[in-house]
Design a protein. Structure first.
Length: 510
């Protein structure tokens, strides 16, 4: 068996995903054959692996940090929320049903532990090291009995645990201490120490506190990572992260032409794969923002209706907000609109949904000549084609099947036949996520948008989204190499948690 580590966090959004990616990139640069792993992920940002399995985008990004292809083994359980009370359960890359939170934590989750451990065992038998990411906090005492992603997996696989805390939000010392003190003696024995994330200022001012924390817990701090802008790539969820997930913030690079392009993304409910617009924000001179009011569309050169886990619900939300009427007027005026996946379905004439919302027949916005029927089987593919005269690739994750009855073809196959999507005037729709990451296609698309908007905008001729993503992953690796005790981290991964770590009372409640 290979070495391993579980990266846990004091809270959600403490930086587990990026720290895991950083450790992976640091290791692979040392010649280590390494893989990421997250037993259970709750996210609407997902990706399709080469074998056609759906996993969290964060794990796909971590696989890229390892310079390997992602597989379903790296994220065996993916939960995709469909509302406040239920989620679609994706097991080994395929949907297996909808469950309420009570139903999942009431028994189904624990039954998945064997599958999760089998996946981890297979990875550890293939790679020199497996860097695992936890979820939320390991001290969720109400969920510990059924836990398969934090201490549950650490205990069963005998993984050392590194707890990450976000010092930028305050209270990091209390969070570190409290996390350990709410674990059972058996779980505490695996918590090797801490990693401070997002520190601003003089580290020497922090050192007395780190010393006191070690005195109190008997556990060392493995590093203090400084605050860096723009490192939150492929975040798991939430509009609150907005463009923090982009590979380059829009204000960094000036436009190549005389004008900027303004892109407004409708912040629809259950928005999925909002990472689709990262490639737009990576372009110098493209300003991307999320909006939820019709007046915010007025000065936009392009409006994007993104994917969603709840197409009918999102459509209703657009109508309630007045955004639906604004989108219809905009399309009629020949002003650019792009619908992606659920957004494409919303722009169509008719939706028949007995699967996702069970709402039956629902009229769409009628902007594109498309009729959508929801199938029980999910489409999960990695297609390639041609659009606007340029090669384009992407990935599909949807239940809706589109019957396109008119308009121009958007994406063509190698024989020039319609492969996906539809275009009417300056309104485009496609089921393909990730298409804008194809550099030549993205530039061609932005030129069309600029011409339609009357903007003297010129796409940068040399922007490579893949290269920018690689640069960012290297920055994550640099953070670990320069600001963590890598010798101690190496020993932890190779040999496990130190022996004789003290118990911190009170421990987990009985």
């Amino acid at each position: 068996m290979s070495g391993g580590l579980l990266v846990a966090g004091t809270t959600s959004d403490a930086g587990k995903s990026v720290v895991t990616a950083g450790i992976c990139r640091w290791l692979v640069r040392q010649g280590v054959k390494v893989a990421p792993f997250k037993a259970q992920n709750m996210s609407l940002n997902s990706f399709v692996t080469p074998e056609g399995a759906e996993i969290g985008r964060a794990q796909a990004m971590q696989a890229q940090a390892c310079r390997i292809e992602p597989t379903a083994l790296m994220n065996p359980v993916l939960l995709k929320p469909g509302g406040e009370q239920s989620s679609q359960v994706v097991l080994l890359g395929k949907p297996v049903g909808e469950l309420s939170a009570r139903g999942y934590h009431g028994g189904r989750q624990q039954r998945l532990l064997g599958t999760v451990l089998d996946c981890l065992t297979e990875l550890r038998g293939t790679y020199d090291a497996v860097i695992c990411e936890g979820a939320g906090s390991p001290a969720e005492i109400n969920l510990r009995r059924t836990d398969i992603v934090n201490m549950g997996i650490a205990r069963n696989a005998r993984l050392p645990v590194l707890v990450v805390g976000d010092i930028d939000r305050g209270g990091v010392f209390a969070s570190f201490f409290g996390t350990v003190a709410l674990l059972s003696p058996e779980d505490q024995a695996l918590v090797a120490g801490f990693l401070v994330n997002k520190f601003r200022g003089d580290v020497s001012l922090l050192e007395p506190g780190l010393g006191m924390l070690q005195d109190l817990t008997g556990r060392r701090t493995y590093g203090v990572l400084p605050f860096r802008h723009g490192l939150g790539i492929d975040e798991e969820d939430g509009l609150r992260v907005s463009l923090r997930g982009t590979v380059r913030e829009s204000t960094v690079a000036p436009p190549v032409g005389e004008d900027v392009l303004r892109v407004a993304v409708c912040a629809i409910p259950l928005m999925s794969n909002f990472t689709d617009v990262d490639a737009l924000a990576a372009e110098p001179g493209v300003v991307v923002r999320f909006v939820d009011r019709p007046e915010e569309l007025a000065d936009a050169d392009l409006v994007v209706v993104p994917g969603t886990r709840g197409t009918v619900r999102a459509l209703q939300w657009l109508r309630e907000r007045g955004l639906a009427d604004a989108l219809v007027r905009r399309a009629a005026e020949g002003r650019p609109v792009l619908g992606i996946c659920g957004g494409f379905q919303i722009l169509g004439e008719h939706i028949d949904d007995e699967v996702e919302s069970r709402a039956g027949a629902v009229p769409g916005l009628g902007v594109l000549p498309v009729r959508v029927r929801f199938a029980r089987e999910k489409t999960l593919t990695r297609p390639v084609g041609e659009a606007l005269g340029e090669p384009v690739g992407g990935y599909e994750i949807h239940h809706g099947i589109a019957d396109v009855t008119g308009g121009e073809a958007f994406i063509l196959d190698d024989r020039g036949h319609r492969l996906d999507g539809c275009r009417v005037g300056r309104t485009w729709g496609t089921h393909w996520h990730g298409s804008l990451e194809s550099d030549a296609f993205r530039r061609a698309f932005l030129r069309e948008v600029a011409a339609a908007a009357g903007r003297r905008f010129t796409p940068a001729p040399d922007t490579s989204f893949a290269a920018l993503r690689e640069e960012q992953l290297d920055r994550l690796g640099d953070l670990i190499e320069q600001h963590a005790d890598t010798d101690a981290l190496w020993r932890l991964i190779e040999s496990g948690a130190p022996q004789g770590l003290p118990f911190i009372p009170p421990g987990a409640p009985a």
